[in-house]
Structure formats: structure tokens, C-alpha cells
Ligand binder design. Sequence first.
Ligand SMILES: [Zn+2]
Length: 247
Amino acid sequence: MSIQQLSEQIQKANHIAVLTGAGVSTASGIPDFRSADGIWEQDRSREDYMSNEYFRHNPIEFWAKYKSIFQMKLLGNYQPNAVHYFLKELEDEGKEVSVITQNVDGLHLEAGNQRTIEYHGTLKTASCPTCNTTYDHEFMMAHETPRCTTLFGSTPCGDVLKPDIVLFGDPITEHDRAEAMIDQADLLLVLGTSLFVMPFNFLPDYAKYSRNIPTAIINREATSKDYMFDYVIHGDLTEVIEELKET
Ligand SMILES: [Zn+2]
């Protein structure tokens, strides 16, 4: 289970499905929202605030907390890092690469991986629950509580926008599409996630037991699912990716 062997497996693959988590974003300086020292643990009530229920009942307070918890002011400052670009380079080499990410920072798309599923949504946009108009980050930041400006006749819609991230209590809508991507893949690569979060953490089982394709995980810490992977590498993701590129 060496890096050399994994490198050969990657070279052989035609279509790689990649599952990514917070460990990919932290190398861009983005805080890990869920890890042991991540911000959810610092204040458990944040999980209650970032819920569908809180949004429905207190949309104005929700927006203030949302912008602060996700440090929305800084969102434009973050750039893709070597891990994002590694996946883009695989695509440039002619492989099919399907990225299924739990990250909400939009950096896989920014790095250029067109086939990306943002499984938990994105911080980059917000949409109107009434008329579905989508607004960008700049609009969200320009208004304390962003409201829909679409005109119906001469009357603006006016509804408070809902962020396009999956809030606690929101349904996951991308799971079937994620499985369909894995259906086409001949290798599953899991990067920078401890696989705590359901139902995202069912996807490796799907690849392994329903599809029977080789599976690899690279993560800083051991995970409770390591046993089911063909390749398990623990270490700093950026360093491991650098080593992979050199082999
Ligand atoms: Zn609207």
C-alpha cells in the first residue's frame, strides 16, 4: 500500500471519482467547520443556527450569523491549492475526473474541474425560495439581509434569500447523481475527509461493494472506514499529493 502503488493505480485509471472533504480546503486557509477543533465544536449552538428551521423562523438573525460563522467577508480571498490543481491536472492529462465534494467554498470549480458535484451546496450563491432567482456573493455582502429584487410587474419579489448550502434539516439532493458518477468510474479516491457525515459516507461503500472498483483514502487521521479501502495513506494531504506527483 505504498504511494508508488497508488500512483500506478491512478495512472491506470481512465475515470476517477474523487470524494473530497475539509482537508482539501484547509490547505487554502479555510477553517475546518467540523473537525475536532473545527468551529462547530467551539460552539455547538452554531449547528442549531445553521438549520432550515432557524432560517424559516428567524431569517434576519440567520443572515447575520451565517455571514459570521462562514466568514463570508473572506470568501473571495481563498484560492485553490495544490490538491485542487492536482485533480485538474489529471483531467488535463486526458482522464475523466468526477469530483464529489463536501466543501462549500467553490474551489474545485474555480480550479477548473467542470464535473464537480457540490454535495452540501455552495457558499458562493444564494437563491430566492419564492421565484428561484440566484444571486452572487457580492449581492449577499452588499445587503445586511439580502432580499430578492426580481420584479413582478412593478413590485419586487422581496423574499429573503436562502443560501445555496445544505442547511441542517435540508434534504440532500445530489446523492443519486453522485452514485451515477461512481457508476462510470474505475477508481475511487477519497481526499481529506474523516467520512463522519451521512449520507456522504455511504459513497465509498457504494464504490467498493456495489461497483467493486479499487478504493483509496488519503487523510491526516485514521478513519472508522479505513478497513474497507485498498489503499490507506495517513499524512498531510498536500505533502502526499506532492509525493504522488513525483512518483
Ligand atoms: Zn424572488
